[in-house]
Design a protein around this ligand. Structure first.
Ligand code: UT7
Length: 336
């Protein structure tokens, strides 16, 4: 039997496209207001790609930074994963495209399709591979290009104002000290709520997979559809539940936490969750104001920014938590 070990995040990176789209710019496209967007979501601006850019393109600089910070060469990776709900193309995977852009080959590469929980689903998978000895170094990247898939008219405003493009990445490796690194991960899914937040088209149930009827008229099935309030209510229940689950699994309490990094879906969700947990504001990291919801990229972008800001330091106890389409939700407790 090999010795028990943990996995650890060795390096982080993130990248957002240059183009900043303010709330004021959104008001020129649809009937909305800076005030509504700030009050209901906390968002002030987001980044959109300019042209011809896929999530694997955004993931590349994030991954290169994470590799550099980890001191790991791309050729040393044993596994590459990329989480996205907006893959570059239908197939092959965006992970395979990222592998090509990194100039390496041979090691497995796979996409994870778990929306806002995608980063934590990858983290759990990477952790299991490393703990079992199946991999030494694993790259996980969350990357989204939402802007090409949003209805940027008044019909789609409820969804369109909340999403942004971006990428974040982490390189994981073995940690011999089992009191450090990824302490535990907790993954959940409830597919019965699929229709509450979904994109239906293209779909393989229909031949061809996209028809003119699917695309025509307002409310085209090409755009995401979301029951915002319904998703909100579930989110504010599931976040605390899965955070408590992670703490209890490690014999910890909310008071032990140095930082909570929730998936950035809505500032009000983060604030309500923090309030419910009685976590002071300085123990919760939020950056949705500048990026909107970048889905699979939101946690690694936030985690990297928190580290750069000195809010995640050696010894910090950090909880990562996510909730999103599926519904899926997840958490991880990390001793930095
Ligand atoms: O990460 C994926 C998971 N997604 C989420 O967690 C999203 C969760 N849901 C939310 O964040 C919120 O539900 C939204 C931000 C999407 C919407 O906020 P809300 O406070 O739930 O607003 P609402 O949907 O109840 O709409 C209130 C009003 C409506 O008008 P009426 O019916 O009261 O006249 C909407 O038509 O606000 C209107 N509205 C807007 N007005 C200006 C909806 N979107 C907009 C908009 N600008 N962009």
């Amino acid at each position: 039997m090999s010795e028990a070990m943990n996995s650890r995040i060795l390096g982080l990176g993130h990248y957002v496209p240059e183009r900043v789209v303010t709330n004021a710019e959104m008001t020129r496209l649809m009937d909305t207001s800076d005030e509504w967007i700030r009050q209901r979501t906390g968002i002030e601006e987001r980044h959109f790609i300019s042209a011809d850019t896929g999530p694997s393109d955004l993931a590349l600089p994030a991954a290169e930074d994470a590799l550099r910070a980890a001191g790991v060469k791309a050729s040393e990776l044993d596994l590459i994963m990329l989480a996205t709900l907006s893959p570059d193309i239908d197939f092959p995977s965006s992970a395979a495209l990222l592998q090509r852009r990194l100039g390496v080959s041979g090691m497995p590469a796979m996409d994870v399709r778990n929306q806002c929980s995608g980063f934590l689903y990858m983290l759990a998978t990477a952790d299991a591979f490393i703990r079992s000895g199946g991999a030494r170094y694993v790259l996980i990247a969350g990357a989204e290009v939402h802007s090409t898939g949003l209805d940027l008219t008044t019909v789609g405003r409820e969804v369109a104002v909340i999403f942004g493009d971006g990428a974040g990445a982490a390189v994981l490796g073995p940690e011999p000290d089992t009191r450090r690194g990824i302490l535990s991960t907790h993954l959940h899914s409830e597919g019965k709520y699929a229709e509450k937040l979904m994109v239906e088209v293209p779909n393989s149930r229909s031949r061809p997979r996209v028809t003119p009827e699917m695309l025509s008229g307002p409310g085209s099935r090409l755009w995401p559809r979301m029951e915002g309030r319904y998703v909100f209510k579930h989110a504010v229940t599931r976040f605390p539940e899965v955070i408590h689950e992670a703490l209890a699994a490690n014999g910890c309490t909310v008071g032990d936490l140095d930082l909570l990094i929730p998936h950035q879906a809505n500032l009000r969700i983060s604030q309500l969750v923090a309030m419910g947990l009685e976590l002071p504001e300085e123990k919760v990291f939020n950056n949705i104001q500048r990026y909107g919801n970048t889905t699979a990229a939101s946690i690694p972008i936030a985690l990297h920014e928190a580290q750069l800001a000195g809010r995640v330091r050696p010894g910090s106890l950090v909880c990562l938590a996510a909730f999103g389409a599926g519904f899926t939700w997840a958490s991880a407790l990390v001793r930095w």
